[in-house]
Ligand binder design. Structure first.
Ligand code: GLC
Length: 545
């Protein structure tokens, strides 16, 4: 699936990066339960995605990432996998999935599945076997340990979803590890049999034509062999690490993870055509992020950048993260930029605080940085999080942690296709699995009729990226900009200027023509030496040679 052998300019080092579909294109993340329901049960399904491929082709995306599609008791909505080589019946059949891959392919789009190698569901046959006792064949597929001498759990590790990361199995008297829910036992990646089982799982899906995987909790799969205590966070740590209390230095983030990634990359590269690996690399420090690319060609193809996801939508903070990535990434590695996902929430709410102009600016930023953008379903229409009562949460996290703000349901609500009852997601009168937001004020059908909409802006930006080599492979260079603004050059011939503030700004030293402005009436405007931008406005400028 590599594209032409054309080489491109890399980061500030002026490296050399091969053009390829996954570097050039824009990805689109689909939460299958919430995209389109074709069988009237209020839950989205694979056939619904097939039905909506025309929308995605029209939008111009190159790749789809589907949140988990495998059988699951849904205690963590698919992230508790009971069978790694099948399709969850609520979502459809293996034939549906194969048809989806083929139909997407016909439209020039490739499909990534979500792989969850850190843990399984407690209902998985491996864990059911492991529970049979210390000598069970799959016992060592999981992480077991005896109680501490005082009878407490083996060490101080805490679950990311609240409480201790250990649960006692009374029958055998040992504890098993779960960095997430007690119904999500962690796999033991020191066991060669686990590694071999996953080799088979990767091959199984590659044979079904998927283009690769988004890999859940990539940073966490290998645990400290000696199960040492995690240290306390310090004031130097990222605020989100401090909020956690402990630094996940031994419960996750072990250096041996790179052996596994090299192994998977060899499998992905050996497939014909080559497949790609995109990691959920949840580290909040760029020096920890960069190693997930290995030497640039032997580990992940793309490593999600959570420092960027969690950066304030503010010029200096965003620019600092991007400059940090540009300075650190090996010349053969490629950045990835995201503003929304099924955990962090939607950019229209998180970054834009419900302000339409800011959401448009965020879309321009994501699509015009050097790297691969991942849009989350609904980003293209500026879909906000839907306010929901945490008391009704289907997400287990707010209940377990007692933190209402950790409810992830608001960013997982159904796609809003139209203003009709059911929002085009499901039939009128059907109760959707999560409530639908205000579809009258934000939906695909209405925005398709409106050239000034976020939907058309997104589509036009994607088309501009596809048309202009600068916006795909061109190097990034920060340009001078006043406080509150951020400007950069892409390649030789394009500049992007964003005003991330509520004041008017003037970006100096620009000469050319506005290719696309967030304020669409300004498309085509001549830029004669400087560009004035109103509050939360941005523009891509085709520079005069
Ligand atoms: C990842 C997923 C998240 C899930 C967790 C546990 O962070 O993105 O949705 O709850 O892993 O599998």
């Amino acid at each position: 699936m590599e594209g032409s052998p054309e080489r491109r300019q890399g980061g500030e080092g002026g490296g050399d990066v091969a053009a390829s579909w996954w570097r050039d294109g824009v990805f689109y993340q689909i939460y299958p339960r919430s995209f389109a329901d074709t069988d009237g049960d209020g839950v989205g399904d694979l056939r619904g995605i097939i039905d909506r491929l025309d929308h995605l082709e029209w939008l111009g995306v190159a790749g789809l990432w589907l949140n988990p599609t495998m059988p699951s008791p849904n205690e963590d909505w698919g992230y508790d996998v009971a069978d790694f080589t099948a399709v969850h019946p609520e979502l459809g059949t293996m034939e549906d999935l194969e048809e989806l891959v083929a139909e997407a392919g016909r439209r020039g789009m490739r499909v990534l599945l979500d792989l969850v190698p850190n843990h399984t569901s407690d209902r998985h046959a491996w864990f059911q076997d492991a529970l049979r006792g210390r000598d069970a064949p799959h016992r060592d597929f999981y992480v077991w340990a005896d109680a501490a001498p005082d009878g407490s759990p083996p060490n101080n590790w805490e679950s990311s979803f609240g409480g201790p990361a250990w649960t006692l199995d009374e029958a055998s008297g040992q504890y098993y590890l779960h960095n997430f829910l007690p119904t999500q036992p962690d796999l033991n990646w020191w066991n060669e049999e686990v590694r071999e089982a996953f080799d088979e799982i990767l091959r199984f899906w590659f044979e079904r034509g998927i283009a690769g995987f988004r890999i859940d909790v990539t940073h966490g799969i290998v645990k400290d062999r000696e199960l040492r205590d995690d240290p306390a966070a310090t004031p130097e740590d990222h605020p989100l690490v401090q909020a956690r209390g402990l630094k996940q230095q031994f419960s996750m983030n072990r250096p041996e993870v790179h052996d596994v990634l090299r192994r998977w990359r060899a499998l992905a590269d050996a497939a014909e055509p080559k497949r790609i690996l995109v990691g959920e690399t949840y580290v909040l420090d760029l020096d920890q992020l960069v190693p997930f690319y290995g030497n640039g060609e032997d580990e992940l193809n793309l490593a999600f950048n959570f420092l960027f996801v969690h950066a304030a939508f503010e010029a200096e903070e965003m620019r600092t993260v991007v400059e940090g990535v540009e300075a650190r990434l090996p010349a053969t590695s490629w950045p990835v930029w995201t503003g929304s996902n099924h955990d962090a929430g939607r950019l229209a709410t998180r970054w834009a605080q419900g302000d339409a102009a800011r959401a448009r600016l965020a879309l321009m930023m994501l699509i015009c940085l050097r790297g691969t953008p991942f849009l989350y379903y609904g980003d293209e229409i500026g879909l906000p999080d839907v306010p929901l009562d945490p008391a009704d949460a289907l997400d287990p996290v707010p209940r377990r942690t007692g933190k209402a703000e950790r409810n992830r349901d608001p960013c997982r609500t159904p796609m809003q296709w139209s203003a009709e009852p059911g929002a085009g997601f499901t039939e009128a009168g059907v109760r959707p699995w999560l409530p639908i937001g205000d579809a009258a004020s934000c939906n695909v059908a209405a925005q398709r009729e409106d050239r000034g909409s976020p939907l058309h802006l997104t589509r036009d930006l994607i088309a501009l990226r596809a048309a202009e080599p600068d916006l795909r492979g061109g190097g990034y260079e920060t340009l001078p900009a006043p406080d509150g603004a951020w400007a950069w050059r892409r390649g030789e011939g394009h500049a992007v200027a964003l005003n991330l503030s509520g004041a008017e700004v003037t970006v100096p030293d620009l000469r050319g023509r506005v290719a696309i402005a967030t304020e669409r009436a300004r498309d085509g405007e001549q830029v004669e030496g400087s560009l004035a931008l109103g509050p939360w406005q941005g523009a891509v400028v085709a520079l005069e040679p």
